[in-house]
Design a protein around this ligand. Structure first.
Ligand SMILES: NC(=O)c1ccc[n+]([C@@H]2O[C@H](COP(=O)([O-])OP(=O)(O)OC[C@H]3O[C@@H](n4cnc5c(N)ncnc54)[C@H](OP(=O)(O)O)[C@@H]3O)[C@@H](O)[C@H]2O)c1
Length: 366
């Protein structure tokens, strides 16, 4: 039987798991709780890729191990069943004779995918699944997308005016939102594996794409620059973080390409399609490099290109209470929507105020 207390304990697992944001990728964020006679006797989370899993930390935090044999273990993601960098958590739960396990969602990793739960049930453990499942799936949206789609989870981050404009007619966009919203962008960057921008934005905004206003690690910086026109002394190539450039195959062997090589800047050459570089190929390459989550800080064209290619998962729209008017740059270049029934469909997620601005989350519907 599941109770309301089970949902409360799972909510705590999610809270704990979030503490691993920015340091566990390419592993998932996982939190775990051990409860005996209604009291929490142990808590833990996965702190670092390669480090002990959440269940191991929660079990280790229990001061009286004799209580484990009458406790419930809560975990937001199915316990693993394979030997990776650490031994299987399902085996540890069985060994410690924990009789009841409550799981938020299954692990889509083909090495696990239901096997962890099966192993526990085969050993007589009572396993309950699907507690706060939607929240648990959302928590690990990047990990899940990576395993189910073979590409990073893509979030488009846009700062726009109330009338949907991201820059004035001459391309000026600094600043549309206030300092609180901009600080939140820096926090977001620190939780994503990579941040991507197009050459146009990198040149016009002299974008650095680093984490500056908050504590946190810098993500990999990714620049789409078909013709290698961004100078290699631009701020985006500062020594703060690595920068990966994607360019058109036709640029291979050019003087620009050898200048990049001399500077130690890595360039990956990909196919061109109408509108620019082949975004699917870019994402496949990032997936190969263990990039699970990608924050796209795009202008009009790049945002539209990701949407038209069906490669955007989430929209992070910072809206400022300002108007720029119709001569300014719209958030999205043409999307070829011919009738209202053909609109790109999204579903609202959370919204939050940052100073005078609002962050609206929305999920692209398949
Ligand atoms: N308010 C905001 O949130 C925000 C955010 C970012 C930018 N901006 C503003 O947006 C403006 C730039 O927007 P934009 O539309 O000109 O440029 P953009 O969308 O930022 O970037 C487009 C550039 O990306 C490169 N690219 C490579 N592959 C592409 C593909 N498949 N599809 C589309 N682009 C591809 C192209 O450069 P190459 O052809 O050289 O490869 C293209 O010039 C600037 O004024 C900037 O200040 C505002």
């Amino acid at each position: 039987m599941l109770t309301e207390a089970d949902a409360c304990h799972m909510a705590r697992c999610i809270e704990l798991a979030l503490q691993g944001a920015g340091s566990v990728s390419p592993n998932p964020m996982v939190g775990s709780l051990i409860v005996c006679d209604g009291s929490v006797i142990g808590e833990g989370y996965h702190m670092q890729c390669g480090g002990p899993h959440a269940e191991v930390n929660a079990i280790a935090a229990v001061s009286d191990p004799s209580l484990l044999s009458r406790s419930t273990l809560y975990v937001n993601l199915e316990p693993c069943s394979h030997f990776g960098r650490t031994p299987p958590c399902s085996d540890l739960i069985i060994e410690k004779m924990i009789p009841r396990v409550v799981v938020g969602c299954r692990d889509p990793n083909p090495k696990v995918a239901g096997r962890g739960i099966m192993r526990l049930r085969d050993s007589g453990v009572d396993v309950y699944e699907g507690v706060l499942e939607a929240e648990c799936l959302r928590l690990n949206e990047a990990f899940i997308t990576s395993h189910t789609k073979g590409r990073p989870f893509v979030a488009l981050k846009i700062a726009e005016t109330l009338d949907g404009r991201i820059a004035t007619a001459d391309g000026a966009s600094k600043w549309i939102t206030g300092s609180e919203a901009r600080r939140e962008v820096h926090r977001l960057r620190s939780t994503y594996d990579a941040v991507l921008a197009g050459a146009a934005t990198v040149l016009l905004d002299r974008a650095q794409l680093t984490v500056r206003d908050v504590e946190g690690r810098n993500p990999l910086r990714v620049v789409l620059d078909s013709g290698l026109r961004v100078p290699f002394d631009a701020p985006v190539f500062s020594s703060d973080a690595p920068t990966l450039v994607f360019a058109a195959g036709r640029m291979q062997g050019t003087t620009e390409a050898s200048a990049a090589e001399k500077k130690g800047i890595e360039v990956v050459f990909v196919r061109e399609v109408p509108g620019g570089l082949d975004l699917s190929q870019v994402l496949r390459e990032l997936h190969r490099r263990d990039v699970l989550s990608l924050l796209v800080e795009s202008g009009s064209r790049l945002s539209a290109a990701f949407v038209r290619a069906g490669l955007a998962d989430k929209l992070l729209m910072f809206i400022a209470p300002k108007l720029f008017g119709a001569d300014a740059l719209p958030s999205f270049a043409p999307l070829a929507v011919e009738a209202p029934s053909g609109a790109v469909q999204l579903e609202f997620g959370q919204s939050k105020a940052f100073g005078r601005d609002i962050l609206l989350e929305a999920y692209f519907q398949p």
